[in-house]
Design a protein around this ligand. Structure first.
Ligand code: C2E
Ligand code: MG
Ligand code: MG
Ligand code: MG
Length: 267
């Protein structure tokens, strides 16, 4: 009986595995299409000043609602895009939407941040595309921010430093995304010139009850002050979390409580 079960288990595993591969391959094809036909959308989630809840910027988030697959999480389709070269046209589409949003809907002091994955960041076309966009539009480079995760920031420190120092890109902001989930240390952080830390949602979720998370957020805020960085807390869903974060000295917040990602208004 055991043997039979084993075989059954193995077969099940095989099928699940084949399904995953099949889904990935198909998604790659449909995603390619969605990018080409501009079916892929970009939503914008506001980022607020904790003190007076005024908007200081927005994060651009890719959205894919496919006829067959339905609404696919960016975590899934970004990973697929990173595996092929699809991340390049996808990234350019996001930049186009962000630029359009900046020009049509942002106040002068507001920025839009885009998420950039490692392959996209390192590709030479990324830099030239940004420079082209800055040349041909009226936006101030200060209105564009680039989010990379902590690990990418550390691994690609030298490349990012070069990128930031590029004359044509002066003013662009750099944020460390999902801060606290990676493996950077203080001395590494000191070497990288960036503008803000985004405290990962996992540290916000259990506020104000978790003593550990209170301590961790406190340390991150202190550290950011020391390094002259702004702090944005991600995933703020309740009034209590917001109050707690404000009390801990976190200047900026983003989350469903104050604003969900939404489509740009048509103009
Ligand atoms: P992220 O950059 O950390 O983005 C924040 C995620 O948290 C977004 O998920 C957002 O919708 C979600 N979020 C915001 N506020 C709340 C909240 O109060 N509660 C909860 N539970 N969630 C909240 P989303 O849009 O599903 O994106 C997931 C990840 O996919 C992003 O994480 C980012 O790493 C990646 N991603 C999204 N768009 C792009 C893109 O255009 N390019 C790249 N390379 N990656 C992207
Ligand atoms: Mg982000
Ligand atoms: Mg994040
Ligand atoms: Mg995150």
């Amino acid at each position: 009986v055991a043997k039979k079960n084993n075989r059954g288990g193995h077969q099940f595993y095989q099928e699940a595995y084949t399904m995953t591969i099949k889904r990935k391959l198909e998604m790659d094809v449909y995603l390619r299409d969605a990018i080409k036909s501009k079916e892929l959308e970009v939503h914008f989630q506001p980022i607020f000043k904790a003190q007076d809840q005024s908007i200081i910027g927005y994060e651009a988030l890719a959205r894919w609602n496919d006829k067959i697959f339905g609404s696919v999480s960016p975590t899934e389709f970004i990973a697929i895009a990173e595996e092929s070269d699809l991340i390049l046209p996808l990234g350019e589409l996001v930049i186009d939407h962000a630029v359009q949003f900046i020009e049509q809907q942002c106040q002068k002091g507001e920025y839009v941040s885009i998420n950039v994955s490692p392959k996209q960041l390192m590709h030479p076309s990324f830099k030239s595309y940004l420079i082209k966009q800055l040349k041909h539009t009226s936006m101030d480079p200060k209105q564009l921010a680039i989010e990379v995760t902590e690990n990418v920031m550390v691994k690609m420190n030298e490349y990012i430093t070069q990128l930031i120092q590029q004359d044509e890109l002066q003013g662009i902001r750099f944020f460390v995304d999902d801060f606290g989930t990676g493996y950077s240390n203080l001395s590494q952080l000191k070497k990288i010139q960036f503008n803000a830390l985004k405290i990962d949602r996992s540290f916000v979720k259990e506020l104000p009850h978790s003593k550990t998370d209170i301590s961790l957020v406190k340390v991150m805020v202190l550290m950011a002050k020391e390094l002259n960085l702004e702090v944005i807390a991600e995933g703020v869903e309740t009034q209590q979390q917001m109050a707690c974060l404000a009390e801990l000295g976190c200047q900026y917040i983003q989350g469903f409580l104050l604003g969900r990602p939404a489509k740009a208004k048509r103009q």
